[in-house]
Design a protein around this ligand. Structure first.
Ligand SMILES: C[S@@+](CC[C@H](N)C(=O)[O-])C[C@H]1O[C@@H](n2cnc3c(N)ncnc32)[C@H](O)[C@@H]1O
Length: 287
């Protein structure tokens, strides 16, 4: 088993896009596990990088990272948010009407994708954040708060909210913008190398650390839009382990060549099915 001295975990909030299948809940621990067990002198590859939660954490820890995802939309969104400023984030707030117009466009820009991500329910890119009943009033209120007070968080202290909240619980759109803003603390982008390749493109790499968070076995969850062959992937990961340190994030791995090396007993699966209450996030390595 790998060790983790929890006292050394970075304080502060985890960062990363609100991407489906994001490792945000455990990203700070994962980086600390890697640092404590394998040091900081090896090159790190986050091959199934998705919304960048792990990559962001490596950067915050002052480490270089190769951030890859087959889906260019994911890495483009990440790069855009960290290269822009607060004024740009404000432009991502959209009304229900605008949301559906963008959703039905054929060719979506990176701005479109970000708008769909942060204005959708459960970040599913499909349904607007608010039901029809409150959509308009919440959107307008969020806009006004941004315009008058220039804040994403702490908006409940503003006079605008106090005057107009009319029993509304919260403005999720502003919370989404606040999360994106946290990503903007990332600097030192020369330590970030972005690619959009299939994982097999890294077969020649040696002497590195691979953090692998592939789409899960037997599920369509995890942010992946197409079919993923887990059996081929395990063969590849097994081979790569001969010359690299290879860590795989999963709830379960059906291939007996791999063993559990860490269990995040607090990070439960949100996936449904069977005895899902017992499903915890884990890290696996070759036996
Ligand atoms: C579980 S998600 C990763 C989530 C990420 N760790 C995060 O915190 O946001 C799996 C990712 O694998 C990517 N993916 C699927 N097939 C791939 C392949 N053959 N090569 C590289 N990436 C792939 C998907 O686009 C998806 O973003």
């Amino acid at each position: 088993m790998l060790i983790l001295d929890e006292k050394k975990i970075r304080k502060g909030k985890p960062i990363g896009l609100p991407y489906q299948g994001s490792k945000k809940k455990i990203s700070k621990k994962i980086i600390e596990i890697i640092k404590q067990n394998f040091g900081t002198d090896k090159i790190i590859y986050d091959i199934f990088g998705g919304g960048g939660a792990i990559t962001a954490e490596f950067l915050l820890n002052g480490l270089s990272v190769y951030y890859n995802d087959l889906d260019k939309d994911a890495t483009d969104m990440f790069l855009k948010v960290i290269s822009e400023d607060k004024e740009y984030l404000k432009t991502l707030l959209v009304s229900r009407e605008e949301f559906f117009r963008i959703r039905d466009k054929d060719d979506k820009t990176v701005d479109d994708n970000l708008k769909l991500l942060i204005n959708s329910f459960g970040n599913n890119n499909k349904d607007y954040l608010y039901g029809k009943e409150h959509a308009d009033i919440k959107y307008r209120l969020a806009l006004e708060i941004i315009k008058r007070h220039d804040v994403f968080s702490g908006y409940k202290q503003t006079q605008t909210w106090k005057n107009q909240f009319r029993g509304l619980q919260q403005l999720q759109q502003l919370q989404q913008l606040e999360r994106l803003q946290q990503l903007q603390q990332l600097q030192q982008l020369q330590r970030l190398h972005i690619t959009n390749l299939d994982y097999r493109a890294f077969s020649e790499v040696e002497g590195a650390i691979f953090y692998l968070d592939p789409p899960y076995e037997n599920t369509t969850h995890g942010g992946y839009k197409g079919y993923f062959d887990s059996i081929d992937f395990y063969d590849w990961a097994y081979e790569m382990s001969k010359n690299n340190i290879v860590l795989i994030s999963s709830y379960e791995i059906s291939d007996s060549r791999f063993k559990i090396v860490y269990e995040f007993t607090k990070a439960r699966s949100t996936l449904q099915g069977g005895k899902s209450g017992k499903k915890y996030e884990k890290l696996f390595m070759v036996k």
